[in-house]
Design a protein around this ligand. Structure first.
Ligand code: ATP
Ligand code: MG
Length: 139
């Protein structure tokens, strides 16, 4: 059975362009409830750990630089079928391939600066949420 929580970040490019409000509005309009949220900034070490799964990829060091380049918004979202529905809402990794109306189509500038993160599995949603929010904060 699929879970009801996912984890997202509004990435530095979208925060820099003042898209936080517009993106949160899309998230709420799609039926997601925000159950935890934090405006913060990742150190290089944080970004490296968060995206450790991509360590061997050629874009890893650019990704770590980019994700620690400015503030982000981290949030845990709740909805039935949260992981899959949120991936659909954000669209393809490359905004040029993202469907019309998706967050990346609307607000991302490139495959590397692509506005938002969305967990890719229930297991990672939990790991990533725990990375930013303690159990106590989440109730
Ligand atoms: P995210 O995990 O941030 O939600 P994603 O799941 O759509 O994105 P991943 O394959 O997990 O895509 O890649 C993680 C991030 O690494 C991408 O969001 C993007 O910022 C960057 N990235 C992925 N592929 C490339 C690439 N070919 N060139 C540059 N950056 C890339
Ligand atoms: Mg991913």
């Amino acid at each position: 059975m699929s879970g009801n929580r996912t984890f997202t970040m509004i990435k530095p490019d979208a925060v820099e362009k003042n898209y936080i409000g517009a993106i949160l509005e899309k998230i709420n309009a799609a039926g997601f409830k925000i159950v935890a949220m934090k405006y913060t900034r990742l150190s290089k070490a944080d970004a490296g750990e968060f995206y450790a799964v991509h360590k061997e990829r050629p874009f890893y060091s650019d990704l770590v630089d980019y994700m620690s380049d400015g503030p982000i918004v981290a949030a845990i979202l709740e909805k039935d079928n949260a992981v899959a529905d949120f991936r659909e809402l954000i669209g393809a990794t490359n905004p040029e391939e993202a469907a019309e109306g998706t967050i990346r189509k609307l607000y991302a500038e490139s495959i590397s600066a692509n506005a938002v993160h969305g967990s890719d599995s229930d297991e990672n949603a939990q790991i990533e949420g725990n990375f930013f929010f303690s159990q106590l904060e989440r109730h």
